[in-house]
Design a protein around this ligand. Sequence first.
Ligand code: C2E
Ligand code: MG
Ligand code: MG
Ligand code: MG
Length: 287
Amino acid sequence: NSVTYSSGNWAPFTHKLKSNHAHQLRLITLLTDDIRQEKLYFDIQPQVNLADNRIVGGEVLIRWNNEHLGQVSPAEFIPLAEQTGLIYKLTDMLLEKVFQWASSNPVALLAQRLSINISALDLLQENFAERVNILLKQYRLSAEKFTIEITETSVFQKSEIVGHNVKKLHDAGFELSIDDFGVGYSSMQNLVALEINELKIDQFFVMNLMTDTQSQTLCRNMINLSKDLNIISVAEGIESEDILNLLRQWHCQVGQGYHLYRPMSTLQYLTLLEERDQPLSPSINRA
Ligand code: C2E
Ligand code: MG
Ligand code: MG
Ligand code: MG
């Protein structure tokens, strides 16, 4: 494929590391190799419309199963990839794998959409949006079927490059979602200026819903805020029926969590979509 990998910053990485523990260096070495060999893959966690229980899409979650280390959590290797500049190759590899998979399994995007996490660092790359668009076209896919998840802190950076990338992605038809919302207290101004389509309430608040009144207040406010701004509200980390019911009662639109579905293989996801016999029209409004 003709899209070239962006050049990661290799030279300064050792300085950026907080410690040069042997374990971290080993992780980096192995991660570098496995990214080069495109050995990482992804699972998908279904997302559910809380009003009618339909699957409206899924979140792509990267997975790394190394032959020496076994399964390593993205919570561990994504920050490491960010500190070493490996993240650019990782994101490119993942996007290509997702687009390739989606184009060869059209069922995945018939009535559902896919959410993809990207790093704040990706958005700071001058040509990021252009590269994504080129790749998308190569696989003849429509951007309207994809949501790009970015974390709150990345849109906080008052960078022209971030603004440029966000606008380009938007213009191409991608939807934008703010992941882990509530942790960094994005201003409403940010949400409006960047024409954000979706807010994902941080799972910390969702998990504590039954026991913590502050989390309740924050969740309700975030749901109402998104309603007022015409933004889709997504609650992730739903681990019980009680929490699910509460979120339904508050008219949170979309839910994700172990109580609904765990992240699953792409094959299981396709099977699930077929079993659930979802209507084939793309008309499912996530609202
Ligand atoms: P995230 O984007 O907020 O993704 C949600 C995480 O919560 C996933 O963890 C998911 O498996 C987990 N989760 C979902 N429902 C529940 C639940 O009910 N209870 C609990 N305890 N956890 C739940 P995962 O797959 O380990 O990913 C962790 C983080 O790594 C992600 O958080 C995201 O920030 C990052 N990540 C994952 N895949 C990618 C990727 O492809 N690219 C980038 N840049 N980051 C990624
Ligand atoms: Mg996410
Ligand atoms: Mg999240
Ligand atoms: Mg998170």
